[in-house]
Design a protein around this ligand. Structure first.
Ligand code: PMP
Length: 364
């Protein structure tokens, strides 16, 4: 297998081989227009059709109704961390509530605190960010502007179960690292956002799905580009959008709809992949520890460590010799992390688990 297929990076991550192939062609010349996707005008009919298709595919994949606007923005999820409190910590509501369950929700919480009065509804610091709370049992104000959480903690490898019940306050989720990995009910949420560089494509574009009624809370006077209404009103084409990233995102949504066969099919594949990796790590539990408590283990990011920390780097090196890349743990917690995003195949996972077993036998 080629290294592209054995890319377990936390993000930007692996992309499906068929999408990479179409992207290669599009960089030379798009079959539809005869010119490179890198030189296509954002005001062209071609690009309008791409934006429309991306939106339609997302609506079809997730069953998103017209009660929600879908926008494609720049600035990554970090810009959303700032824009959400600027737009939605509205007057007349109690301060927004934040769940701090790991590195990225910690960043979201800290950013919100710079913008507005806010409350930390739950903080997993004391338990080393190995557990998650039950969202419906949090002690939060019923008049809070919103409740924010990160559905999958990319660094620690923790994932909330799908949220079935809408809480009494608007629920906002950063789904950057598990969006489109499985189905969920969009109407539980007031806003969902996800940057592209895990399951959606290359870095440079962030999808935000926003309940239209929430837009009415936005105060006037925000800088134009930081007001969500700008992106909704201008159909994600207020200023020059990242045409290339949105094109690849559209290819990914096509792949999910028409090659994979939808999010239920994707979910089944992702479950099998994660099971295989965790089963392997559990079988090696004398030598290896998974960071997350079992109940909260993520299907997208598996963070683990060898008991002998020298073996972490040794395994990364041994895996690289077999073409397996991207296994370094995040700089904040070290160790290893295998990211199993949608484009990582079951064969790639087999290659990884075989390498793990072999390495552990050699170093037992
Ligand atoms: N949220 C999550 C869950 C993430 O994993 C990341 C980055 N990996 C971010 C937010 C920050 O995203 P960005 O780099 O696009 O600002």
């Amino acid at each position: 297998m080629k290294s592209n297929e054995l890319n377990f990076s936390g993000g930007p991550g692996a992309l499906p081989e068929t999408v990479l192939e179409q992207t290669r062609v599009a960089i030379s010349a798009l079959p539809e227009t005869g010119i490179s996707v890198l030189g296509m005008s954002h005001r062209s009919d071609w690009f309008r059709a791409i934006l429309d298709e991306a939106e339609q595919n997302l609506r079809a994949l997730l069953g998103i109704s017209d009660d929600y606007a879908i926008t494609f923005q720049q600035g990554g999820s970090s810009l959303q961390f700032a824009m959400i409190p600027m737009n939605f910590a509205a007057q007349g509501f109690a301060p927004p509530e934040y769940v701090t369950s790991g590195y990225w929700s910690g960043r979201a919480t800290a950013e919100a605190a710079r913008v507005t009065a806010m409350n930390v509804a739950w903080d997993g610091h004391a338990t080393g960010y190995r557990q998650l709370p039950a969202l419906d049992q949090l002690d939060i104000s019923g008049s809070a502007a919103y409740l924010h959480y990160v559905s999958n903690e990319t660094v620690e490898g923790l994932q909330f179960p799908v949220c079935a019940e809408a809480p009494p306050v608007p629920l906002i989720a950063d789904m950057s690292s598990d969006f489109l990995s499985k189905p969920f009910r969009p109407d539980t949420y007031s806003m969902i956002y996800a940057h592209a560089q895990k399951n959606l494509g290359p870095a440079g574009v962030t999808v935000a799905v926003i309940r239209r009624s929430l837009l009415e809370r936005i105060p006037d006077g925000l800088p134009t580009i930081l007001d969500f209404r700008t992106h909704v009103t201008h159909g994600s084409n207020y200023n020059t959008p990242p045409v290339f990233a949105i094109y690849v995102l559209t290819l990914i949504t096509r792949w999910l709809r028409f090659e994979v066969g939808g999010l239920h099919a994707m979910q089944r594949i992702n479950e099998r992949k994660a099971r295989r990796v965790y089963d392997t790590l559990d079988a090696l539990c004398d030598n290896v520890t998974v960071h997350a408590d079992r109940r909260w283990r993520s299907q997208m990011n598996v963070a683990f460590k060898f008991a002998d920390s020298r073996l972490d780097d040794a395994f990364i090196e041994a895996a690289r010799e077999q073409g397996i890349v991207g296994l370094e743990g995040h700089r904040s917690i070290g160790g290893l992390r295998a990211s199993l995003y949608n484009a990582v195949t079951e064969q790639a996972v087999d290659t990884l688990t075989n390498a793990l077993m072999e390495f552990s036998l050699q170093h037992a």
